[in-house]
Write a new protein. Structure first.
Lengths: 742, 156
């Protein structure tokens, strides 16, 4: 493809996108002359250039569309919904042709008669008029302020040089028409420029260090100068990578318009803060999630006009996109004034899908319930209507946002609407990181994942406990699992637990990362670690420090996963969430209490309980080296607490079904006692496998059990080390010895 | 001997000559065109959990370069000390790699006829990344197929 054609394609794609947005606006503001002028200009640029390049088909379609718009300009036609629809149909054909050209076809073939027919219908099939007289419109457009919600830079662009990286020039300023103020630059060049600026910073650092020893040196002044210039250069280079967030939502007006046309709804899309700037990498990453959420809002959030009327709401629904800075992050809110999420229905769905018990769900606060809509497969096609439709692909939305270190929350008021709130970092390229030392090597931990630092060891404040080879940090009455970084990185772990703990957050859970030393915080430039390290989990990338050293950036959640201290479900929304979330000293959690036949009642966090079941003894089978029961077309492994047995004289057996992402296990108990809301503070820690520690619940000593221990046991295919000698059905061994404990 | 050059040999690349270097006494070569630069005395930052053959990263004017220990890749005994280590920087699919070698030799001009196919008796590890051999006064030189060599280094 020659350069001329490539440039034409890039430019035309931008023009097409702009025409789409502006046509939708024109439908709403029929009398807006400058808008019309802008559309003309874009269309004419496409038409003009393709005539020049000999692309006849494209020229014909563009020309037909231009004729119709000519009619609008002359006042002969009104930009009605149908007319706008037809022009957009022509734009779609233009898009198709452009795509064909991009694939390398010379002049892509296709049938344009339909769309040209549609367009000429507006002109009464009469002879087409050549609209040449658009100069006055052009000038009008160039010298006036763009409408506030009109997305990005449309007005300033010149036909020959529309930029791929426009700066904050969507701010309404009089533009100097036709001036070549922007320039198309290959992104690779910008990336390399960024690298070089970083390298210059290194050289600068080395020079300033040398200069420090000799203040009187002749070079000290130039070095200071270099210092300033370098910092500024770095800033400017960073800015070249920034794009207004409006670029990510340029396609939304058309999307909403088409949805309205198809559904007969009336929706107003309000875009605010389109000029907020983001790194282009981040921008690309949120484009799809944003589109998805807006489609969801328009499709399922906003009610039909009849419904809205009945509810006493204005017929015109509203979707507002709002983007702004907040504490080093960008927040994008998507608000609709639709029907809201039906909490009761979500609750029911959660129970139905076995994600939590009815009791647990009833006690959960609404925000917690809403967070379930981000569960994978929470809402399938059949369920779309059942749960207001939200949920199709919402797990993908959340995953994509999390991938770039962002978060997404949802709040909703029934009948009043739903708000999604996305929080994302400004840039992925530069981040603040904590440098830590392990075995004399340095590693960087992104600061955003670090909550606090605690010194641990013989004489230090932090208290570390060991339970069955797993270490915990006791922090203000909370028990945080501890990951030993040396172990994670493949070193043989030391005998003693001394050093520092970086308390980290991954998803909703908190845990500690034990390191030997804490060095410093740095602003680091993130570089990919390369293909050979793509499968190496604890790393998120590499960076070069001021002294030239290359260090690895650690991926906090990757570490948690590879160390298996936290199960996947804990990372997502585990039982530590409520202890970590509300930042109250006395965190409470719903606990399921049961009698497991060991004399001491047991407790598990209710959030890890899928449901309570009863199975007759005859259904319990020994297969594949473990006790199992057929449950929902699958085999559910059964385990017992402590050294009890799955089989005893009770029939049927009561089973607490625990779950995590990889599966479920049935914990066989003698009797379910109660569900209580209780503090998670432990009286003592336990060394018994599967028992986290003891606490006093309702006046009785109770063992807090570790659900993951039993889930592991279930997966391991061993039934608590009790192979059935001759499959004995009734084992009197230790049944009902708990009478004394009662 | 008429040598139909072995597969994987880019004629144009060979025409510019081979940069030669030595690893554990063995002469190796890579086409000049594949080489970005040759560096001496670079600090290599080791990385725990590296795939076998990866020695760590080095910083080449702000670009991250993955250092590949040819001794490990070619199943040779490990180097004793780091004295006289050289880094031959090559590019593969936008990524930079430094082949860590013992010493550099001259650039060798070879004609098509001088390139012999890899002997079938060559060790499988070697044969996988051998683009051909060239007879020299000091012994046989193994021309490396850089892509095959680096493609063989994978995370475990």
């Amino acid at each position: 493809m020659d350069d001329l054609l490539r440039e034409f394609l890039t430019e035309s794609n931008e023009n097409v996108l702009r025409i789409e947005q502006e046509m939708v606006l024109l439908e709403q503001r029929p009398g807006d002359k400058e808008l019309l002028g802008s559309i003309f200009r874009s269309l004419h640029t496409i038409k003009g250039t393709c005539g020049f390049l000999g692309l006849q088909r494209l020229e014909k379609v563009a020309h037909a569309a231009e004729n119709v718009l000519g009619g609008v300009r002359d006042g002969a036609l009104a930009p009605t919904r149908d007319l706008v629809g037809d022009v957009l149909a022509a734009v779609d054909v233009v898009k198709d042709i452009l795509e064909g050209l991009e694939r390398g076809e010379d002049d892509p073939t296709g049938d344009d008669e339909v769309v040209i027919g549609l367009l000429s219908r507006w002109l009464g099939g009469g002879p087409s008029t050549e609209p040449e007289d658009f100069d006055h419109l052009f000038r009008a457009a160039a010298n006036t302020r763009p409408a506030p919600c009109e997305p990005v830079v449309a007005e300033e662009r010149t036909p020959s040089g529309s930029p791929s990286l426009p700066r904050a020039d969507s701010a309404p300023e009089p533009a100097t028409a036709l001036a070549e103020q922007t320039l198309r630059v290959d992104v690779g060049v910008l990336d390399r420029l960024m690298d070089l600026a970083g390298e210059l910073v290194l050289v600068r650092n080395q020079l300033t260090q040398t200069g420090r020893h000799d203040r009187e040196s002749v070079v000290s002044m130039p070095v200071q100068q270099l210092n300033r210039v370098t910092s500024e250069l770095q800033d400017v280079v960073m800015k070249t990578r920034m794009q207004p967030v409006g670029h990510a939502w340029a396609t939304l007006p058309r999307l909403v318009r088409d949805l309205c046309s198809a559904s007969g709804k009336r929706i107003e899309l309000v875009l605010r803060g389109a000029e907020t700037e983001l790194d282009r990498q981040v921008l690309q990453a949120i484009r799809d999630p944003l589109t998805h959420m807006v489609r969801n809002s328009a499709d399922h959030g906003i009610e039909s006009t009849a419904e809205r009327r009945a509810a006493g709401k204005p017929e015109l629904g509203r979707i507002v996109l709002d983007s702004f800075h907040e504490g080093g992050h960008i927040v994008i809110e998507i608000r609709d004034d639709g029907r809201g999420i039906d909490v009761a229905r979500v609750r029911a769905k959660v129970v139905e899908r076995g994600l939590a018990t009815a009791e647990a769900v009833a006690d959960m606060p609404d925000p917690r319930i809403f967070s379930y809509i981000f569960e994978a497969g929470f809402s399938t096609a059949r369920e779309v209507t059942a749960v207001s439709g939200r949920g199709v692909g919402m797990d993908v939305v959340r995953r994509n946002i999390q991938k770039i270190g962002g978060t997404v929350e949802v709040t909703s008021v029934s009948g009043q609407g739903t708000t999604f709130r996305i929080r994302i970092p400004l840039t992925l390229a530069i981040m603040s990181a904590l440098l830590v030392g392990v075995r004399g090597q340095s590693f960087a931990i992104p600061q955003i994942g670090v909550l606090e630092l605690v010194r641990v060891g013989a004489a230090a404040g932090g208290q570390v406990d060991e339970v069955n080879g797993v270490f915990f940090l006791r922090l203000r009455d909370e028990l945080l699992p501890l990951v030993r970084l040396d172990e994670v990185l493949g070193f043989v772990p030391g005998d003693t637990v001394t050093g520092y703990v970086a308390v980290c957050r991954a998803g909703a859970a908190r845990f500690g990362v034990l390191v030997d030393a804490i060095h410093d915080t740095h602003e680091i430039v993130v570089k990919p670690a390369g293909r050979m390290f793509s499968g190496v989990r604890p790393y998120a990338g590499t960076t070069i420090l001021g002294d030239g050293r290359v260090v690895m950036i650690l991926d906090v959640s990757g570490i948690a996963q590879s160390s298996e201290v936290l199960s996947r479900s804990q990372l997502d929304h585990g039982w530590m969430e409520s202890t970590a979330g509300e930042a109250t000293e006395d965190a409470r959690e719903a606990l399921l209490l049961f009698d497991a036949g060991s004399g001491t009642p047991g407790a598990v966090p209710l959030s890890r309980v899928a449901r309570l079941e009863e199975f007759p003894l005859r259904d319990i089978e020994w297969a594949d080296g473990r006790w199992v029961v057929q449950y929902r077309d699958r085999l559910l492994p059964l385990v017992v607490v402590g050294d009890g047995s799955v089989m005893n004289d009770q029939d049927p057996r009561q089973v607490v079904v625990l779950f995590d992402e990889t599966g479920a296990v049935g914990l066989v108990v003698d009797e379910v006692l109660d569900i209580v809301d209780h503090s998670m503070a432990l009286e003592s820690r336990s060394v018994t496998p599967g028992v986290v520690g003891a606490m006093v619940v309702s006046g009785r000593a109770t063992d807090l059990l570790d659900p993951d221990h039993y889930l592991r046991q279930g997966r391991a295919g061993r039934s608590a080390g009790h192979p059935p000698p001759g499959r004995e059905r009734s084992r009197p061994a230790r049944t009902r010895t708990r009478g004394s404990a009662r | 001997m008429t040598a139909a050059p072995p597969t994987g040999v880019d004629q144009a690349a060979w025409a510019s000559g081979l940069v030669t270097f030595r690893v554990h006494g063995q002469w190796l070569g890579v086409p000049v065109a594949r080489i970005q630069e040759v560096l001496a005395g670079q600090r290599i930052n080791p990385v725990p959990l590296s795939p076998r053959g990866v020695e760590g990263f080095l910083n080449l004017r702000g670009r991250i370069v993955t250092a590949v220990d040819l001794r490990a890749v070619l199943d040779l005994p490990p180097r004793s000390g780091s004295r006289g280590v050289m880094n031959v920087v090559v590019q593969r699919e936008e990524e930079l790699f430094a082949l860590v070698v013992d010493a550099m030799g001259d650039v060798l001009q070879v004609t098509e006829e001088e390139i012999l196919p890899a002997p079938s008796t060559l060790d499988a590890v070697w044969r996988a990344c051998c683009a051909g051999v060239v007879r020299m006064d000091e012994g046989l030189l193994v021309a490396l197929d850089v892509d095959a060599l680096l493609g063989g280094v994978n995370p475990d």
